[in-house]
Design a protein around this ligand. Structure first.
Ligand SMILES: O=P(O)(O)O[C@H]1O[C@H](CO)[C@@H](O)[C@H]1O
Ligand SMILES: O=c1cc[nH]c(=O)[nH]1
Length: 348
């Protein structure tokens, strides 16, 4: 590595290099190819890696029902420190209410939380002080579109060093239902560690990298007395729930149970702890934007034991709250004693 290249993560010739200081240093060194310099202004606010946006009269965030011309995005969202996303509107509305209690955020008596993106009829978005809670739908294209617009929202709103969390559900690989998995790595259905996007007839590969320090900080917030396990490991992100995840119970199945079990055992032997459908674009696009992010999912079943999600509804609801509790502990751990929030739990 030449001396004018910094030790932060940087991308050169389509290859991602991770400097030895990546975990611990997030300052603006100004050196050539510094990922931090490319993605942040000196005050920590999000810098977009698309020069076209600042030349536009206004930017319409179509799927959020927001726009830089129609809304005062700095006034509405400038204080955001945490963006939490998960598949369903109901989970994210519940999380908004939960985090409101946890951080002691007050809204005027007689008022209720509003779905800011309700007229997009695509995603739901709730704001609770420094926390945005947004639904992302199912699968790679849905979360990909949302991430483009939320990252632009962070830029327009001049948010400083926001942290993104995905609060999800997944199938465990050798883990009981109800286990919480913090992803420290992501692979796609072909075991690639990158997000492949066809652009202008060519495949562009973006490395899918999670922030290792954030993973450690979250892991440290798991309580020994929690009545379930919290583990870290690789998450496989597939493009389908049935055949894409080796299930035998889809509308079609052209492989045998032996084929399925061999594949799942291979995943287990390679450190894969769970399977879901968003980790790759979530890791890759947040990393490309220089945004620290973590994917925290509960398992709904052990895929080594079956394919059907058959735990009772109330049990699934309780399990879904487990990743929310961990993320809430993180957010609370960044609260300053005199108000406001730090950018990281370990700055305390
Ligand atoms: O529970 P959420 O966060 O929606 O995520 C998981 O659930 C969906 C499949 O049932 C996929 O989107 C998968 O990633
Ligand atoms: O098995 C599962 C469970 C939840 N979500 C998935 O993608 N797969």
């Amino acid at each position: 590595m030449s001396s004018d290249i910094c030790f932060h993560v940087y991308v050169e010739n389509d290859t991602c290099h991770i400097g030895s200081h990546y975990d611990d240093e997030h300052f603006d060194c100004g050196k050539k190819n510094c990922h931090r310099t490319k993605t942040r202004y000196p005050d920590g606010s999000v810098r977009l890696r698309n020069p076209n946006i600042e030349l536009m009269d206004q930017d319409i965030l179509y799927h959020l029902a927001l726009g830089s011309g129609s809304h005062d995005l700095v006034e509405m969202f400038g204080d955001i420190k945490f963006v939490c996303m998960g598949g369903t509107p109901k989970r994210m509305e519940n999380f908004a209410h939960f985090i409101m209690k946890e951080i002691g955020h007050k809204i005027p008596t007689g008022t209720t939380l509003m779905d800011i993106s309700q007229y997009s009829y695509r995603y739901s978005m709730f704001k609770v002080g420094p926390v945005l809670s947004i639904s992302h739908g199912m699968g790679v294209p849905s979360i990909g579109i949302l991430l483009h617009e939320v990252i632009k929202l962070m830029y327009h709103a001049k948010c400083k060093d926001p942290i993104f969390f995905r609060i999800g559900t997944s199938g465990g690989v050798g883990l009981e239902g109800g286990t919480v998995v913090i992803s420290d790595d992501a692979i796609d259905g072909m075991m690639n560690h990158y997000y492949e996007v066809p652009m202008l007839g060519k495949i562009v590969k973006r490395p899918a990298i999670f922030d290792k320090r954030l993973v450690r900080e979250l892991r440290a917030l798991a309580h020994p007395e929690d009545p379930y396990e919290t583990v870290t490991g690789t998450t496989m992100c597939t493009g389908d729930f049935y055949e894409g995840q080796g299930r035998l119970d889809g509308a079609f199945c052209d492989y045998t149970e032996t084929d399925k079990m061999e594949f799942l055992q291979l995943l287990k032997a390679n450190g894969v702890r769970n399977i879901e459908m968003e980790a790759i674009p979530f890791a890759a696009l947040t990393h490309h934007a220089g945004i620290r992010a973590a994917d925290v999912c509960v398992t709904f079943l052990d895929r080594l034991k079956g394919d059907q999600v058959n735990a009772p509804k109330e049990v699934l609801e309780e399990w879904q709250r487990r990743p929310q509790q961990l993320v809430a502990r993180y957010i609370k751990s960044t609260c300053r004693p005199k108000g406001g929030f730090l950018s990281t739990a370990t700055d305390l």
